[in-house]
Design a protein around this ligand. Structure first.
Ligand SMILES: O=CC(=O)O
Length: 328
């Protein structure tokens, strides 16, 4: 039982102190661990003792799980994506769910750009080449890459992060096409020099494709063998969204067959497992879901997630609410 009248909150993984300090002011806080996530069973055993949950994007909060903890007064997800939570179920149970948009936009667009540059300019291959002592002197054709200026980037998903990628692309003199379920207004298209195209045209005509859309039933395996086969053989695919937007096995095959030139991946279908096929390919750059991982961004995510949680527990509207219907 609670020692104070403060609400009790469970934080599934240690987050930056900036957020924990906000939580401690208003709540009794338990941090599960700094080392690992709670298992499903551990979470189920713990949650009856808490009023609020601050979850990570790898905590699976599906309907069967949520139905066992309908007393929760808020779930604050430490991520912009919330595909780990059954939002429909949470809404039906009256549980507000919040996320952390905005604060991680630049960091995520930066990592898309880092992957894009690393794979098109063969940075990882070059680093290995030097370390392995293979470099015997400058050569006109050593590790040739693709120039970005004048090329076309196709952005799939033109939300905050997609637009931040577009902004970087303009600075590199690239042409920017985009595909989004809903076309943006003319002013935004003009501001970011964006050309709206359908997905097929984007895939067929882009030199780089950047995935910046949310993962849901509609986007599951959107990039399947068929769509991948329509890419230019000289083109690159960058995924900083969610792994399962791409059929990973199909991507491995397409890369092997050189149906596309390369890929830069921050996210994977079954994290932390990576399809073994990728490990054998030198035209793929792989990083372990680092999109938002700058010190500044993780602090800001912690502050936003903590404020969202405290506001919901205090009966105020959280800053970034995924399911506003719970309040109507
Ligand atoms: O993947 C990271 C996020 O959704 O914040």
């Amino acid at each position: 039982m609670s020692q104070t009248n403060k609400p009790r909150v469970l934080v599934t993984r240690e987050i930056p102190e900036a957020g924990l300090a906000i939580l401690r002011e208003a709540c009794e806080v338990t941090v599960f661990s700094s080392e690992r996530q709670p298992t499903r069973e551990e979470l189920l055993a713990l949650l009856p003792n808490y009023d609020g949950l601050l979850s990570m994007l790898i905590d699976i909060l599906d309907r069967p799980m949520l139905e066992k903890v309908p007393h929760l007064r808020v779930i604050s997800n430490y991520a912009v994506g919330y595909n780990n939570i059954d939002i429909q179920a949470a809404t039906e149970l009256g549980i507000p769910v919040t996320n952390t948009p905005g604060v991680l936009t630049n960091a995520t667009a930066d990592i898309a750009w880092a992957l894009l540059m690393a794979v098109t300019r063969r940075i990882v291959e070059g680093d290995a080449y030097v370390r392995q002592g293979k470099w015997v002197g400058w050569s006109p054709d050593l590790l040739l890459g693709m120039e970005l200026g004048g090329k076309t980037i196709g952005i799939v998903g033109a939300g905050r992060i997609g637009l931040a990628v577009a902004k970087r692309a303009r600075a590199f003199d690239m042409n920017v096409k985009y595909y989004n379920r809903r076309r943006l207004d003319e002013e935004t298209e003009r501001e970011y020099s964006l050309n709206y195209v359908d997905l097929d045209t984007l895939v067929r005509t882009s030199d780089v494709i950047s995935l910046n859309l949310p993962y849901n039933q509609e986007s599951h395996h959107l990039f399947n063998a068929d769509l991948l086969s329509r890419m230019k053989p000289t083109a690159y695919l960058i995924n900083t969204a969610r792994g399962a937007i791409v059929d990973e096995a199909a991507l491995v095959e397409a890369l092997k067959k050189r149906q596309l030139a390369g890929a830069g991946l921050d996210v994977f279908e079954n994290e932390p497992s990576v399809h073994p096929g990728f490990l054998e390919l030198d035209n793929v750059v792989l990083v372990p879901h680092l999109g938002s991982s700058t010190r500044e961004t993780r602090d800001n995510m912690a502050i936003l997630a903590a404020e969202n949680l405290v506001r919901a527990l205090q009966g105020q509207r959280p800053h970034s609410l995924v399911n506003p219907e719970v309040y109507s």
